[in-house]
Write a protein that binds this ligand. Structure first.
Ligand code: HEC
Length: 437
């Protein structure tokens, strides 16, 4: 008898548990679009999910969002969206766009309770971030725009060598750049772009004519890439999903009077002949900053990833030649990239990990910007460690039978850990670029 009662209670408890989601659906506590969901979309999604940005569908209005409710639930549960790949526990990062547990719960509960619209009046229209995309820029109105003078014509298919386009800035005085953004002319074909600063008198790319797309000499794509490499500073790196550069007050990139910008463009043909003409917008610092931001890199171009290897380790390290303050990271690998970490090696050889990007996702090349910049002493050893999956379990693997080496195309591999540091504005940058860290 007691057993039957216990079973009954247990059954009722079970029924209660099973009913719970349904009960949530019928209470007036169910999340609504205007009150609960729209603020999350504004903060975490509309950066990309609005016209003119990279996501294919906008999530500005209820009408636009409602048909995607089920997909939104799925995407936030498996953390496919929003794209952010730093393992928890590092940082914090100023550009961390990941959702809190609470935000995920709200979105999921909204979808599971029927994705109600609610009433516009429930929302807080004043709290909504203003559209940040005035005139097509995500930075403030640029003081200067430097554009490729002629469009580059892409073939319908095949690999396209990295193109270098030298564009004189025409600056007659030194400039300090507070914000920089690259707007691709044709986002569908711009795989990534690196914008270099070539100072007057530089011996880099002597044969390139201003404005004309140029490929450095070399028999193989690898040789052409290595012949195009440089220790010149980088203004910024563009990749889809990465946000523009906005350096904190007192920090800026330096462009000497008379410098050129060199666009290094990686194009991927999309099945028809088309063209691209990209441009960079810059906002200048209002006052001369105390510190200069430079972009350094640790890379390895001498690895071979054996066919089928599911976890191949490649590393690169160097020591800082001078005091510098670490600001941000930008790991770069291709389709076999699995994880990437930045470590500091303490004097007693202990490793301190500052960032681990895992799972690495080739389609989202992101920067990770520290909330609290980290001062480092001259001589500090920085190490980058990359892991590659060249097995058939890697769904992105172009060919698991291949031994993979360094090269510019996506079916080859790369291993570069970019990082930005701030240095004393008066320090000669050669102190860093002359000797790579
Ligand atoms: C950095 C840009 C970016 C941000 C931020 C972003 N998305 Fe996306 N989203 C995309 C792009 C690009 C696609 C289409 C390509 C893809 O699926 O990767 C996409 C696709 C999606 C899809 C379709 C997924 C599928 O499987 O087809 C959903 C759903 C989605 N996003 C929801 C969201 C939600 C919800 C947020 C905010 C919490 C968000 N996204 C934030 C860029 C972004």
């Amino acid at each position: 008898m007691t057993r039957v009662i216990r079973m009954k209670i247990a059954r009722q408890f079970l029924i209660f548990l099973l009913c719970k989601p349904g009960m949530v659906a019928t209470t007036h506590e169910s999340p609504t679009f205007y009150r609960d969901v729209r603020p999350i979309l504004q903060m975490r999604c509309q950066e990309c999910h609005q016209p003119g940005q990279i996501a294919p569908m906008p999530f500005l209005t209820y009408k636009q969002t409602r048909p995607w409710a089920k997909a939104i639930r799925e995407a936030v549960l498996i953390k496919k969206m929003p794209p952010w790949f730093a393992e928890p526990g590092f940082g914090p990062f100023t550009n961390d766009r990941s959702l809190s547990k609470q935000e995920i719960q709200t979105l999921v509960a909204w979808v599971e309770s029927g994705a109600a619209e609610g009433h516009l009046a429930e929302g807080h229209p004043k709290a909504a971030p203003a559209p940040r995309w005035e005139g097509g820029w995500n930075i403030a109105r640029p003081d200067s725009v430097v554009e490729m003078p002629i469009a580059f014509r892409l073939p319908a298919k095949g690999d396209v060598d990295y193109q270098y386009i030298v564009v004189p800035t025409g600056f007659t005085e030194d400039k300090w750049v507070q914000m920089a953004e690259l707007r691709p002319g044709n986002p569908a074909v711009v795989h990534h772009a690196v914008v270099y600063i070539r100072e007057p008198g530089s011996s880099w790319l002597p044969d390139a004519k201003p404005g004309i797309p140029y490929v450095p000499p070399g028999r193989t794509a690898r040789e052409r890439l290595l012949n195009g490499s440089t220790t010149n500073d980088i203004l910024m790196v563009y990749a889809p999903g990465n946000i523009p550069e906005k350096w904190a007050a007192g920090l800026a990139k330096f462009i000497k009077a008379g410098s050129d910008l060199v666009f290094q463009m990686h194009y991927t043909p999309k099945g028809h002949v088309t063209s691209d003409q990209s441009r960079v917008g810059m906002v200048f610092a209002r006052a001369t900053p105390g510190r200069r931001v430079i972009t350094l890199q640790l890379g390895n171009d001498r690895f071979v990833i054996p066919p089928g290897d599911p976890n191949h380790r490649v590393e690169a390290w160097g020591a800082l030649p001078n005091d510098a303050t670490l600001l941000s990271f930008f790991p770069h690998m291709h389709l076999r990239g699995k994880s990437f970490e930045y470590n500091i090696i303490e004097p007693d050889n202990r490793r301190r990990t500052l960032l681990r990007v895992q799972p690495y996702n080739f389609h989202w090349q992101l920067s990770y910007r520290l909330n609290q910049p980290l001062p480092l002493k001259a001589g500090t050893k920085i190490e980058c460690v990359a892991y590659y999956d060249n097995s058939r379990n890697n769904p992105n693997n172009p060919d698991p039978e291949e031994a993979v080496r360094f090269g510019p195309q996506s079916w080859e591999e790369m291993m570069i850990g970019f990082f930005d540091v701030a240095i004393d504005a008066h320090l000669d940058k050669q102190a860093f670029f002359g000797r790579r860290p």
